[in-house]
Ligand binder design. Structure first.
Ligand SMILES: NC(=O)N[C@@H](CC(=O)O)C(=O)O
Length: 448
């Protein structure tokens, strides 16, 4: 039996409004919201929410938690624990674990491991590449939260799904679930690599990353994928957008529920720009590349005017050793899931986004986009996945508070003004002011 909890006098950030009320949590769900006292709440543990802000737990639509097979970088226990410390209570993990998630057996195995090791609620993409394409075309894909090629390759040469219009035609004409793709053209990347290698040899500077993995390679890829998806009325989701140019390919004149083509931005693309390569080098080498200041501003604008639907992290941990190599050898990706809400709250502090919009893009819309049931909102009868935030409690990211298994963050030295003080997953208070409860596993996300 779970102990009932009453959060008193808290600013509830939900569905475009901020209202002060009490929230009563019992048996895993939000039972009541209002001015509560008396019989039903009398045995509850009381948490004073005065002056604090209560968000629905963040649902991160794109993470790489690395288990099975790559657990020297991170695993389902360590990375989900880091997630809840940052207010993220649910995640959807990508298929480029080892073995790649190309069969339902491997997918089931990931669900099994998560049921024993994940602090947060979880779901997993089924991977798709040339090795399982024919099988996927015959499957009832509605049983999966989505299929994705992210981090997988379609040919031994390293081509992405986006490089192959014929394959997209096949997949998009048959697949009924969300198809989440990594949108870049390998051909453009290779041509650019040759140009920069002719100049620099193996010593290509990291500053060339956004010129090699260029705007053109992203824009042409996304434009073509959207055209093919529209032709087949497929349900396409473009992962981690990095250019302002691409944002204009997406609509904002219909509600999210009616969109067949959706997209996301990852927090690092709202925070870093090409200015930061000099300071951080390959630590912020991501694919697609973090681009210019203009792109960063354009992505934020598209988020605000609803051409971008959700915020994710693309949390992609690697060891420092794997990162600190020359341009070609260093791995792409960095850990981010513990710090995503902090970045967005800091942007709020800078006057760039409202708290309501943060809840919409990190919580409500992720639940709507993936059809996740009874999560992502602060509503009676919904799972009590919640993050309580103090907006005036500065702290600095440092080795001593980084919870990623890889033990580093590109945000080290950054002071954030806000702090997540309490995180609830399914009604359990799993994180409180730097301390964790005993391990309580999260739940499998249900979707419709
Ligand atoms: N985004 C990245 O730079 N890296 C991802 C793979 C990917 O998303 O392509 C990873 O798994 O490391």
């Amino acid at each position: 039996m779970q102990h009932p909890i009453l959060i008193k006098n808290v600013n509830i950030v939900n569905e475009g409004q901020i209202k002060i009320a009490d929230v009563f949590i019992q048996n895993g769900v939000i039972e009541n919201i209002g001015n509560l006292s008396g019989e039903i709440t009398k045995d509850a543990e009381i948490i004073d929410g005065s002056g604090k802000y209560l968000f629905p737990g963040i649902i991160d639509g794109q993470v790489h938690f690395r288990e099975p097979g790559l657990t020297h970088k991170g695993d389902l226990y360590t990375e989900s624990r880091a997630a809840v410390a940052g207010g993220t209570t649910s995640f959807i993990d990508m298929p480029n674990t080892v073995p790649n998630v190309l069969t339902t057996e491997i997918l089931d195995e990931k669900f099994r491991i998560a049921s024993e090791k994940s602090w947060a609620n979880y779901s997993f993409f089924l991977g798709v590449n040339n090795d399982n394409l024919d099988k996927v075309l015959q499957m009832d894909t509605s049983q999966f939260i989505g299929v994705s090629d992210d981090g997988l390759y379609f040919t031994k040469k390293g081509n992405l799904l986006a490089d192959s219009p014929d394959t997209m035609e096949k997949l998009f004409s048959k697949c009924k679930s969300i198809i989440a793709i990594h949108s870049e053209l390998e051909k453009t990347i290779e041509e650019n690599e040759e140009i920069y290698m002719a100049n620099y040899g193996e010593d290509v500077p990291i500053a060339c990353h956004p010129l090699i993995r260029s705007e053109e390679g992203c824009y042409q890829s996304t434009k073509r994928a959207i055209a093919i998806a529209e032709k087949h009325k497929a349900r396409l989701h473009i992962l981690h957008l990095t250019t302002e140019a691409e944002t204009h390919l997406f609509r904002n004149d219909i509600p999210l529920k009616e969109k067949n083509i959706t997209t996301e931005v990852s927090v690092q693309n709202l925070w870093f720009s090409d200015k930061d390569y000099q300071r951080l080098g390959t630590l912020i080498k991501w694919n697609p590349a973090i681009k210019t200041e203009k792109d960063k501003k354009g992505l934020l604008q598209a988020l605000l005017d609803d051409r971008i639907d959700i915020i994710t992290t693309d949390h992609a941990p690697h060891t420092l050793e794997e990162k600190q190599k020359n341009y070609f050898q260093s791995m792409s990706g960095a850990p981010m899931v513990q710090h995503s809400l902090y970045i967005m709250l800091e942007l709020y502090k800078q006057g760039l986004i409202s708290l309501e919009k943060i809840a919409e893009k990190m919580c409500h819309n992720v639940a709507i986009l993936y059809g996740i049931e009874k999560r992502g909102f602060i509503c009676e009868g919904y799972f009590a996945d919640l993050a309580l935030v103090d907006l005036n409690s500065p702290w600095t990211v440092g080795k001593e508070n980084i919870l990623y298994k890889c033990g580093w963050s590109p945000l080290e030295g950054q002071t954030f003004q806000s702090k997540v003080t309490h995180t609830f997953v399914n009604g359990n208070l799993v994180y409180e002011n730097g301390n964790f409860s005993e391990f309580i596993p999260g739940q499998r996300l249900e979707f419709n």
